[in-house]
Design a protein around this ligand. Structure first.
Ligand code: FAD
Ligand code: FES
Ligand code: MG
Length: 312
């Protein structure tokens, strides 16, 4: 069962991991990934508990999975936002952004995912830095939770700053609060918390004299870039969790290439966390937009066949 193999294999048969700079791909027995619970957190944001005992056993803060809804489906990377090792479940929080995430959003308790691989990526480096600010924007609020919990567990003071466009998109407030010493909330339209962006709230706290040893940020790329611009003048160490387009997520296809400190990195195996002050965000933003036309067509097609009842 542990024989090393190179692709192609059906996704449900493989588990890729980097060990000593080599990708090891292992055969796995076929498993069903049952959705045990689903919650609608906001109109376009869904939370799922999925049965994945092997992944739940090993998951660490900052890691992600790649999932497919069905055997002809597209691979989508999603952060492991929580895990329960005893129950053998992982929690994913999905924002409906296009065809595949909309398809995922329509699944319910009792449905299954055809494939899930993980845990992927290097876990967030946990270190004692005194006070750590965990900043989450939009659906990036959920991935902040395990990271904030991890920093708190090893004795840091945790200040969390979470924000979204409007009140109904602010998710997981209680969960984040339960692992934070202080919690600040922003909305772009001022409908909840302070009006403005999470990066402006961070700026306000720093200017107000908060002494921070580290900032961890996850969310839309523009939000992570703005956060890094706030901390750069203070030379305040800032880790960002990048979300480029991924395909194989084993370091072989090159889709997730980013430039960090002038060097090429592959986010799926070298990340997803990087020193934000070194990331070439302009390149990342332009690579994220490469397939906009195809993505638009795929969503239009999916919505049209779905409205005719021809597609789940
Ligand atoms: P599409 O219409 O195909 O794409 C919409 C946009 O999403 C694109 O313009 C592109 O920028 C991006 N995208 C498209 N395909 C991919 C892909 N294969 N990989 C990455 N980005 C893509 N989203 C969540 O809602 N919750 C999460 O927890 C989460 N965690 C992520 C963790 C990582 C490490 C990465 C890389 C991405 C994560 N994402 C997460 C983003 C999510 O993977 C994309 O929103 C999703 O793949 C879009 O698929 P789609 O077919 O619905 O949309
Ligand atoms: Fe293919 Fe990272 S997704 S190299
Ligand atoms: Mg897609």
């Amino acid at each position: 069962m542990s024989e090393s193999k190179i692709l192609p294999l059906p996704l449900h048969f493989i588990q890729g991991q980097r060990q000593n700079d080599k990708i090891v791909v292992q055969r796995q027995p076929q498993t069903m990934y049952n959705i045990l619970n689903k919650q609608n957190l906001a109109p376009s944001i869904k939370e799922f508990q999925v049965s994945c005992p092997e992944i739940a056993k090993k998951a660490q803060p900052g890691q992600f999975i790649v999932a497919r809804t069905d055997e002809r489906g597209e691979r989508v990377p999603l952060t492991i936002a929580d895990y329960d090792r005893d129950k053998g479940t992982i929690t994913i929080v999905v924002q409906e952004a296009g065809k595949t995430t909309s398809q995922l959003g329509r699944l319910n308790s009792g449905d299954t995912l055809s494939d899930v691989i993980g845990p992927l990526g290097i876990p967030t480096h946990m270190e004692k830095r005194g006070t750590v600010a965990c900043v989450g924007g939009g659906v990036g609020i959920a991935p902040v939770y395990p990271v904030a919990r991890g920093f708190k567990e090893i004795g840091n003071k945790v200040i969390s700053i979470i924000g979204a466009r409007t009140k109904e998109l602010v998710i997981w407030e209680e969960k984040i609060s339960s692992v934070s010493d202080e919690l600040y909330i922003t909305t772009d339209d001022g409908s909840y918390g302070r009006k403005g962006f999470v990066s402006s709230e961070l700026q306000r706290l720093i200017e107000g004299g908060k002494e921070l040893g580290l900032v961890f940020a996850v969310g839309p790329t523009l939000m992570m870039r703005a956060t890094c611009e706030v901390t750069r003048p203070y030379k305040l160490r800032t880790i960002v969790s990048l979300n480029p387009i991924m395909v194989d997520a084993t370091g072989m296809c090159g889709a997730c290439r980013v430039s960090v400190g002038g060097k090429t990195k592959f986010v799926c195996v070298d990340g997803p966390d990087f020193d934000g002050h070194q990331v070439d965000f302009d390149q990342l933003l332009s690579r994220q937009r490469i397939y906009l036309q195809e993505e638009k067509k795929a969503l239009e097609w999916y919505n049209s066949v779905h409205s005719q009842g021809r597609f789940k």
